[in-house]
Design a protein around this ligand. Structure first.
Ligand code: PMP
Length: 331
């Protein structure tokens, strides 16, 4: 299901523009170990989640999990909602989303504009409550399904079949390390499964905010805390059903401050308008590249690939380019 559009001929639906995003070098990379970032804001809904929106709804219809005219009800931090809502305008389903209040207003406006219903749950109840609420709603309705991006193999398959192959094609197969932020972990697991098929020694790194708990799956004793980076991290690893720690060399924790400094640097020095999860991924990927450069990591090739999941434009109301203190105070 790899997208084949060249963007040089007329298309009949915006869904046909999903994927085939550019891979651009991070200019701050060490000279001999370039880091390449997949720029996912080039998707029509401006994030990586357009890929799974289309892929998962098509998959659920194909599998008969939902009949045409039914409703998908998804707990989502936002980008998945936009991707699924966009896909739902073109596929014969309705879309409802359950979103913890803290997530950005821009995303919720976009979901509603795409014709979806948005239901908020209290911020303090976290993603776990949003997931439970989506399940309760689906149980009350006929012909409704929770696509469950946190548990569905379709999420991983979307990236194994599209994001991964696109990266390898762009680099002629020469990928030494993969570094990506984990929310559902669909992005990292999908790319990783493709990567390990290409070369079993590819170095794999997961990225999460400081205060998040995925690193505990690698036996690390870390302190739980609040974080501001949006789209990655977990306070309850039992919800991260797709994350397979045994495929990952390490889980790197990046602080809010470091991620914000990097996203600001990326804008100022590299012309990249990316958000906080991309800032975190960039810092982690540059660190892995430097360790490969120093010979501390033995990767099959001298290159690192990461993903910039979305654009900063979606977070301007949350003060993403303001001072650290102002950004942190915004909720
Ligand atoms: N960054 C942003 C901005 C996101 O919305 C998400 C999805 N939650 C991610 C990163 C992480 O992607 P995944 O769910 O595939 O791990």
């Amino acid at each position: 299901m790899v997208a084949v559009t060249t963007h040089s001929e007329p298309l009949s639906s915006v869904l046909e523009t999903i994927g085939e995003t550019p891979l651009v070098e991070v200019q701050a990379s060490p000279l001999d170990v370039p880091v390449y970032a997949k720029l996912e804001s080039f998707n029509p809904g401006a994030s990586i989640k357009d890929r799974i929106g289309k892929y998962m709804i098509e998959g659920l219809l194909e599998q008969g999990e939902i009949e045409p005219g039914g409703t998908v009800i998804e707990p989502t931090a936002g980008n998945t909602g936009i991707g699924m809502a966009m896909a739902a305008t073109q596929l014969p389903v309705e879309a409802t989303f359950v979103v913890p209040e803290r997530f950005s207003v821009e995303k919720q406006i976009l979901m509603r504009s795409l014709g979806a219903e948005v239901i908020n749950t209290p911020t303090e109840d976290g993603m776990k409550r949003a997931i439970e609420h989506a399940r309760e709603l689906a149980a009350e309705m006929d012909n409704a399904v929770v696509p469950q991006q946190f548990a569905s193999p379709l999420n991983v398959a979307a990236h194994r079949e599209t994001t991964g192959p696109e990266i390898y094609e762009a680099l002629g197969g020469e990928v030494g390390a993969v570094v990506a932020g984990c929310g559902t972990a669909g992005t990292l697991m999908g790319i990783t499964k493709y990567a390990l098929d290409q070369h079993p020694d590819t170095h794999i790194t997961a990225v999460e905010p400081e205060g998040s708990l995925l690193a505990t799956t690698k036996g690390e004793d870390i302190e739980e805390g609040e974080y501001h980076i949006e789209g990655i991290g977990s306070h309850d690893v039992s919800t991260n059903e797709l994350f397979e720690p045994e495929l990952v060399e390490e889980v790197m924790q990046i602080s809010d401050r470091t991620a914000q400094e990097e996203l600001k640097r990326l804008a100022r020095e590299e012309g990249q308008l990316v958000a906080s999860s991309a800032g975190a991924a960039s810092v982690a990927a540059l660190d892995i590249a430097e360790r490969i450069d120093r010979g501390e990591i033995d990767a099959p090739y001298d290159s690192v690939v990461t993903v910039f999941p979305d654009s900063s434009e979606r977070y301007l109301s949350k003060g993403i380019y303001d001072s650290y203190e102002e950004w942190i105070a915004e909720d």
